[in-house]
Ligand binder design. Structure first.
Ligand SMILES: [Zn+2]
Ligand SMILES: [Zn+2]
Length: 339
């Protein structure tokens, strides 16, 4: 399209040469019109180029769902694992992690662990094959870091990688986060927050700065939790502090509110099983509706789905849409969400 517009003035400029002597006045008038059309054409080209390059500065990031079930796999879902290949980010390491091999784009991986329940760590034992396949393909991963609370990482190394359970060492760096409310990983500033769940879990918030090819992005990941609803929590996620109860922007690190471009939150139970959700430290439909209305992310992806519920809408999402008007999605294995 740009090429066609660019050629028009060139074709127009040839016209006076074809009839140079028939009418000098008309020729001058025609030449003036052509000059004007040339200028107009160039202006159109410039505008189109500006729009083209302006669009290129918002290159999206891709969030891949490798495993979207809680507790155990079923016929269509593996357990919790997600990745953003462009920056080498992996969130949790459930059985879905075996799907990571084909997606890796970096020579490093940063794996953030929410907690040490098996549906979030079992896939760490699959890393040997993932890394082996990358080496064989001539695209090795040189560095793998696994982030999490000290007690959880210690439990993983002591038990999951005990000789009698998995008798092979894993060449990774274990990075404890307890003393660092903010740290750098996968090119982002990462902060975290403790959540209610048996044994405790943490939510992660990742902020990528604006660069030449991409606007600033915020991703929040909160799984295995009955939901953080205090005003300080809502502000931490990036929600509106006033909406959350009039609390000033004073919610600890990174207090400046910025609505999440993508919020990934668990929703294991429907409202009919709210008692089970509260008993087991998981979320239910009305709790998600409440959070979504307060935080108002641009996109909300619900995951950590109950593996016993294989219906199309396992969370009664229409009840969330009554108060949330952003993009609402239910995670499936293989789903890619651009943000
Ligand atoms: Zn879980
Ligand atoms: Zn759990």
């Amino acid at each position: 399209m740009l090429l066609q517009i660019g050629l028009r003035p060139g074709i127009g400029q040839r016209l006076p040469w074809t009839r140079p002597r028939r009418a000098g006045v008309r020729s001058n008038r025609l030449r003036g019109m052509l000059d004007w059309s040339v200028a107009f054409g160039r202006a159109v080209v410039a505008v189109l180029q500006i729009r083209y390059f302006a669009g290129a500065t918002d290159k999206p990031m891709d969030f891949h769902c490798l495993g979207t079930a809680g507790y155990h796999p079923n016929r269509s879902r593996h357990t919790s694992c997600y990745c953003v290949p462009q920056c080498g980010l992996v969130l949790d390491a459930g059985t879905g992690l075996f799907r990571l091999t084909e997606l890796i784009e970096t020579d490093h991986l940063d794996i953030l662990i929410s907690h040490a329940h098996l549906d979030h760590i079992a896939g760490l034992t699959f890393l040997l094959d993932v890394l082996h396949c990358r080496s064989v393909a001539g695209r090795p991963v040189d560095q793998v870091r696994v982030f999490g609370e000290a007690a959880k990482l210690d439990a993983i190394q002591t038990h999951l990688f005990a000789d009698l359970i998995f008798p092979a060492p894993l060449d990774v760096q274990w990075v404890t986060i307890d003393d660092t409310p903010e740290f750098s990983a996968a090119g982002a500033t990462v902060s975290w927050r403790r959540q209610p769940h048996p044994g405790g879990s943490v939510a992660y918030r990742l902020d990528w700065p604006a660069v030449a090819s991409c606007q600033a992005k915020r991703l929040v990941y909160a799984t295995d939790t009955s939901g953080l609803t205090d005003p300080q929590d809502i502000t931490w996620f990036g929600g509106d502090a006033d909406t959350a109860g009039g609390i000033a922007a004073n919610a600890g690190s990174g207090a400046a509110a910025s609505v999440p471009d993508l919020m990934v939150h668990e929703c294991y139970f429907r409202d009919t099983h709210r008692q089970w959700a509260e008993k087991t430290g998981h979320s239910w439909t009305s709790r998600i509706a409440e959070l979504a209305a307060l935080i108002r992310p641009q996109r909300l992806l619900l995951t950590h789905i109950n593996p016993l519920d294989e219906s199309v809408d396992p969370v009664d999402s229409e009840n969330i849409r009554k108060t949330f008007y952003g993009e609402l999605m239910i995670a499936q294995d293989g789903l890619k969400v651009s943000f």
